[in-house]
Ligand binder design. Structure first.
Ligand code: 5RP
Length: 227
């Protein structure tokens, strides 16, 4: 079975968690898109809170009414993809450059479910380069201080500015992304704290203690994992 089929299986299984009247956080990426499509197909009376402009466009095209994060009185359930799922449902996210809006929506949600294909489950986070969102002003100086923060965590690497078509990638909020190829992150919470302490860093793709549940698409169907 292809990874895309596993993503579809996970997205469809998560769509079964949605009930009439819910306000639902809508994640970003190819797996989350399967969820959004499967939810729309159920024709429920729900409202969505999108985590990116791309997801907002998809949800609108499928007729899902949308709220901004500030308009939502509550968020009952958020479903989103991930780049890596590690021990205790620690995550790396941000491969789609939406990590800031995703984290804001996740943190405002009563329940967060991460969905992914089986290859995303890892023993140790870090093979996927960690996305770090920074403000554009003075970003090269910020990059140097990120290197210091990484070195404090015994990660002697220099993060690379994410580029596309010869231009730096901009997030929906107009920020830049640096990707840190850590290899392995033995202490994710220490790294998370060190990165958050750098002026100019808006946020990073480590999602720790946020996921309540994972639904993994496997060749044998959808498998649920608790932290
Ligand atoms: C976007 C994300 C995505 O959820 C993550 O990159 C996974 O993407 P996909 O489902 O396409 O594999 O964090 O910022």
């Amino acid at each position: 079975m292809s990874a895309e089929d596993q993503k579809r299986i996970a997205g469809e299984a998560a769509a079964a968690l949605v009930e009439n009247g819910m306000i639902v956080g809508l994640g970003t990426g190819s797996t989350a898109a399967w969820f959004v499509k499967a939810v729309a197909a159920r024709g429920l009376d729900i409202q969505g809170v999108p985590t990116s402009e791309a997801t907002a466009e998809l949800a609108r095209s499928l007729g899902i009414p949308l709220l901004t994060l500030d308009e939502a009185r509550r968020i009952d359930l958020t479903v989103d993809g991930a780049d890596e799922i590690g021990p205790g449902l620690s995550l790396i996210k941000g491969g789609g450059a939406a990590l800031l809006r995703e984290k804001l929506v996740w943190e405002a949600s009563k329940r967060c479910v991460v969905i992914a294909d089986a290859a995303k489950v890892v023993k140790t986070l870090g093979a996927f380069p960690l996305p770090i969102e920074v403000v554009a002003f003075g970003h090269a100086k910020t990059q140097a201080r990120i290197c210091d923060a990484l070195a404090e965590c015994d990660l002697g690497i220099a993060p690379r500015l994410r580029m596309k078509d010869g231009e730096p990638v901009r997030t929906d909020g107009g920020n830049l992304i640096y990707d840190a190829a850590c290899g392995a992150i033995p202490e994710p919470s220490m790294l998370a704290d060190a990165l958050k302490a750098v002026t100019g860093v808006v946020d990073h793709g480590l999602f720790l203690d946020l996921a309540d549940e994972a639904i993994i698409g496997t060749d044998a169907g959808a498998v649920t994992k608790a932290p």
